[in-house]
Design a protein around this ligand. Structure first.
Ligand SMILES: Nc1nc2c(ncn2[C@@H]2O[C@H](COP(=O)(O)OP(=O)(O)OP(=O)(O)O)[C@@H](O)[C@H]2O)c(=O)[nH]1
Ligand SMILES: [Mg+2]
Length: 263
């Protein structure tokens, strides 16, 4: 073998690598990412959530906060941040998580749209990985039950959540592990095919994911550690009775989703 061989091989390797790179699709890079936060009495945690989003999501970002006239004046707290990338909508005389996210979607301009809770239970640091995964999917869900995921809440809440998800998996299928996650980023084009049905609390999300899959869209889950809220009051489970009613709402919605055909 001549002394030149390694040099020639190196050149061929480089050329192959360059050709390979040219063949690969360009990494998915949104022009504008819109993150929607629905809030009700999140005064203590809203600023940290918004700060976390700007810290972690690169490129152009807008944050849309939809607040239902919180008695603790979360809306005012957001307005006082004074950042023109943050838009606050103060809805009056209406309440609802699903309708709040729907309003945020209507107001959003991004080619990537996402939404999450504003109580730091869902880490903004996961957003870059979720956005990156849009390379190979239309919808990317932050998941407590995918590999790498966990949930540190009270055992009863974890049990109920696992039960709901097991039931959703059984009735609706498609292998989605965290059907009611509520932590998502997606390509705007998804809304050309699927709308959220904006009624009720968090169960709208189950039907939304189910419809996405039914229409052939790719849904990917990324595991994350859900941390129970450090301060503030839970809106879904402030009492055992309310917790039970919320759970019943989820069960009804799963069954409705299975048989409803809107389009
Ligand atoms: N706009 C609006 N936001 C709401 C409403 N209810 C809850 N939220 C927000 O929705 C997100 C989820 O509510 P949480 O109270 O955290 O409910 P949860 O995540 O089921 O329960 P915990 O995390 O245990 O408190 C939070 O950002 C809330 O501020 C509502 O009626 N309107
Ligand atoms: Mg929460």
């Amino acid at each position: 073998m001549s002394a030149l061989t390694p040099v020639l091989t190196g050149y061929a390797d480089e050329r192959n690598a360059a050709e390979e790179a040219a063949r690969r699709p360009a990494p998915f890079q949104p022009k504008l990412t819109s993150i929607i936060l629905a809030t009700y009495n999140e005064r203590e945690l809203i600023a940290d959530t918004i700060r976390g989003i700007f810290e972690h999501v690169t490129g152009e970002v807008e944050v849309i906060v939809v607040d239902d006239d919180s008695p603790d004046q979360t809306w005012k707290q957001v307005a006082e941040i004074g950042d023109d990338r943050v838009k606050v909508i103060r809805r009056v005389a209406t309440r609802g998580l699903a309708s709040a996210f729907n309003r945020g979607i209507i107001e959003s301009r991004g080619d990537v749209v996402g939404w999450m809770d504003a109580d730091m239970c869902m880490p903004p640091s996961l957003l870059p990985e979720m956005i990156r995964r849009l390379q190979d999917a239309e919808v990317v869900v932050g998941s407590r039950y995918a590999p790498g995921g966990s949930d540190n809440r009270h055992a009863l809440r974890v049990f109920a959540s696992r039960l709901i998800n097991r039931f959703a998996g059984l009735v609706l299928g498609y292998g989605i592990r965290d059907y009611d996650s509520g932590f998502v980023v997606l390509r705007r084009s998804v809304f050309d095919r699927v709308s959220i049905i904006p009624t009720g609390y968090g169960a709208y999300f189950i039907e939304f994911l189910f419809t996405c899959r039914r229409k052939g869209l790719r849904v990917t889950e990324v595991g994350y550690a859900f941390r129970d809220r450090a301060v503030g009051v839970s809106k879904s489970a402030p009492s055992l009775l309310r917790f039970f009613w919320t759970g019943m709402g989820y069960v009804t919605r799963i069954l409705t989703a299975r048989f409803r055909r809107i389009d």
